[in-house]
Write a protein that binds this ligand. Sequence first.
Ligand SMILES: Nc1ncnc2c1ncn2[C@@H]1O[C@H](COP(=O)(O)OP(=O)(O)OP(=O)(O)O)[C@@H](O)[C@H]1O
Ligand SMILES: [Mg+2]
Length: 277
Amino acid sequence: MTEKPRSALRVSDLHVQVKSAEGTASLVRHLDFELKPGEVLGLVGESGCGKTVTSLSLLQLLNRKTTSVEGSIRLNGRELNGIRAEEMRRLRGKEIALIMQNPMNAFSPVFTIGDQFVESIRTHTDLTKKQAAELAAASLEGVNLPNASELMRRYPFQLSGGMLQRVMIAVSMCLRPSVLIADEPTTALDAVNQLQVLRQLDRLRREYGTAILLISHDLGVIAEMADEVAVMQHGRIVEKADVYRLFDHPQQEYTKQLLQARPAFPAGPRTKERLSS
Ligand SMILES: Nc1ncnc2c1ncn2[C@@H]1O[C@H](COP(=O)(O)OP(=O)(O)OP(=O)(O)O)[C@@H](O)[C@H]1O
Ligand SMILES: [Mg+2]
């Protein structure tokens, strides 16, 4: 029997620099963190601190000509940094998936939602077109998008930002990746759809053991979902702690400021009934 790896994703000394005519600048500095199967690590920090750059670097989606990524990104024990592009494409979506902050960027404008969804499933599975379409429809219903067959005939520009975001979430969840990076997955959503999406994320980690890096400005969402929280400032993680400890006993001045910036709310107990009902 093979031993189950302890971490689904282990990031060590991750450093991202951008090169320009003026020289190089560090966007992400010496990050260390790990995601364990079935656990949620929240990542918070002010706008521009490097959360999205971090998530793109993990999936090797940054422009290799203008940026450099140093350090180690181990997915189930396998090094991703520097991996061949073709090899990465095979893992992306299936082993490690991304819910992008800007859903428009995730779709091609010239193909229907259904074509793109089915194609993404079939790239990683042996399902027939019909089976893939059924899986897509079920996944869309899971994020509160009924009438899937009608929706799948539409083009991305015919959907609202919130609908597109939910389609992207459905796509990223349906292959049950072992790691999911969710960059502001609920920002464009109203309260009802936000709850629906959080339920789906919670199900993914509970039922399939997906490890989730949850990036959000919404500290309520973080308090509800995360097991651990990392606080980022100017490209560095300045504090990382268990969600209860971070909310109740923040150590860094910056963390205290972040917490004070929104109305008081308790850190957990996570409203499990709310999510699993
Ligand atoms: N491709 C790029 N080239 C150069 N600089 C970039 C690039 N992408 C982002 N940056 C810069 O990197 C820094 C971090 O940006 P990033 O998008 O990661 O922030 P963020 O924490 O995700 O912010 P937000 O909360 O607003 O989404 C910013 O200063 C941004 O201007
Ligand atoms: Mg961002």
